[in-house]
Design a protein around this ligand. Structure first.
Ligand code: GLC
Length: 434
């Protein structure tokens, strides 16, 4: 079997009739941004499946527009914590009744996912129907972010849980997370499931998990959309990557809207506001990097990390900003790392094997590749693509990968879950000609 055929077999195996799970056991439900990337990989051999995947995701949309980070289509899985009972989303009357979901969101990828499907299949009736059906839903989701998550009306939304960022335990969250005081009274008892399935050394620590639960409870207390979240949450972050993805998806929606004769005035005014504040909020001249912003403590979070490169994907970097990011990434490559490590390789907080603290992540390479291409940095873009392909060819379809080349030489596997959907789909998308 060729390696691409292996990727197809993994996607077949993880397909559960109408959606794809990231991997069995560790993540047995539908995850929001994972499904977006899976739809991109599936489009080459099975676009009907991409269509169903996206439709399934939107069955979880809330009345307020929120797209949840997990849709629990099957309720019998007990291998995952926190499950739907623990989230108890019905504290919010607009949570869907037909499916159970989590109460937080994830990176808003669906605008650019729809655009990518459409550019591969501009005349496919089912793709066109999907785009027509989902366009208002994606707009409604973006409206949720502007309405409920942007208290100062800056066009930049906040997250109140690290899981929303998709980069769950990146060191950028450490300082804010460590300031949360955990007592027996402020979190309920719970039992983790991930550490029984995956290597403890690759997973977030217990200390972190208590804080994840604390923030989940805070959201629940405010019905997951109340203004009390912005007033009370110690974790209140305008994440650079999330906002860059929102802007990239807005742009996609505006293009689609114009092609389909749909009114895009509201989208354009959101987009103008977001773009006008992006640079002043997120660019850090001393680091020559984009960084995130701690809205609670009103300061930039001065770390070099992978989310800071995603503004390239949205065309938000000036030429000189893009050039400094490019030369930094080139130097990381020259120093013996696979691109792209998820955190600053020179920081004491860098850990090349633990989750978001240093390893290479498939979908991040996908966005970075397209970002570099946008600025015509073709050689570096090719490295980002071929590094990922080499890692998969050597180590298999894991959730994420060691970033230090000298360590990879001694390894036979990647890290985290195996037979991972976004790894398979990114592989197929990178290998395709479309
Ligand atoms: C982890 C990742 C997150 C992903 C999820 C399912 O929580 O940090 O980004 O969506 O797993 O793969």
């Amino acid at each position: 079997m060729s390696i691409s055929d292996e990727a197809r077999a993994i996607l077949n195996h993880n397909w559960k009739e109408a959606f794809t799970i990231p991997t069995s056991k560790l993540y047995p439900f539908q995850w929001m941004w994972d499904s977006g990337f899976v739809a991109l990989g599936n489009r080459h051999d099975n676009v009907e499946r991409s269509i169903e995947e996206i439709k399934s995701m939107f069955t979880g949309q809330w009345e307020n527009g929120m797209l949840p980070h997990i849709v629990f289509h099957s309720e019998n899985e007990d291998s995952y914590f926190p499950n739907h009972d623990f989230w108890n989303c019905h504290v919010n009357q607009g949570a869907p009744v037909s499916v159970k979901t989590s109460g937080i969101t994830q990176p808003p990828v669906y605008g650019f996912v729809l655009e990518s499907l459409l550019s591969s299949y501009p005349n496919h009736p089912k793709v066109i129907n999907l785009v027509r059906e989902c366009f208002p839903k994606v707009v409604h989701y973006h409206q949720f972010l502007y309405q409920y998550r942007d208290p100062n009306q800056e066009g930049l939304f906040f997250i109140y849980h690290p899981w929303e960022s998709g980069r769950d335990n990146s060191p950028i969250w450490d300082e804010v997370m460590s300031n949360i005081k955990i007592t027996k009274e402020n979190i309920p008892p719970y039992i983790r499931k991930d550490t029984a399935i995956s290597d403890n050394n690759h997973r977030p620590t217990q200390d972190k998990y208590d804080r994840y639960v604390f923030l989940l409870e805070l959201g629940k207390k405010h019905q997951y959309d109340g203004i009390g979240i912005a007033q009370e949450s110690p974790f209140l972050i305008q994440d650079c990557m999330m906002n860059a993805i929102l802007i990239r998806s807005n742009e996609a929606l505006i293009q689609i809207g114009e092609a389909f004769g749909i009114d895009t005035e509201e989208l354009k005014s959101w987009q103008a506001l977001s773009r006008s504040n992006f640079e002043s909020k997120f660019w850090n001249e001393d680091l020559a990097h984009f960084v995130s912003y701690d809205l609670r403590n009103e300061k930039q979070m001065t770390h070099k990390e992978i989310g800071g490169y995603i503004p390239l994907f949205a065309g938000l970097a000036s030429q000189s900003q893009a050039l400094s990011i490019k030369s930094y990434l080139q130097s990381v490559h020259d120093r013996g790392y696979y691109l792209c490590p998820s955190f600053d390789v020179d920081s004491p907080l860098f850990d090349s094997k633990r989750y978001w603290r240093g390893p290479v992540w498939p979908q991040m390479n996908w966005m970075l590749y397209h970002g570099l291409k946008k600025y015509n940095f073709d050689k570096l873009a090719q490295i980002v693509k071929s590094d990922f392909i080499e890692l998969v060819d050597k180590l298999g379809f894991y959730e994420y990968f060691e970033s230090k080349k000298s360590h990879v030489e001694k390894l036979t596997t990647g890290y985290g879950g195996n037979n991972f959907s976004w790894t398979a789909s990114t592989y197929l998308d990178f290998k395709s000609k479309i």
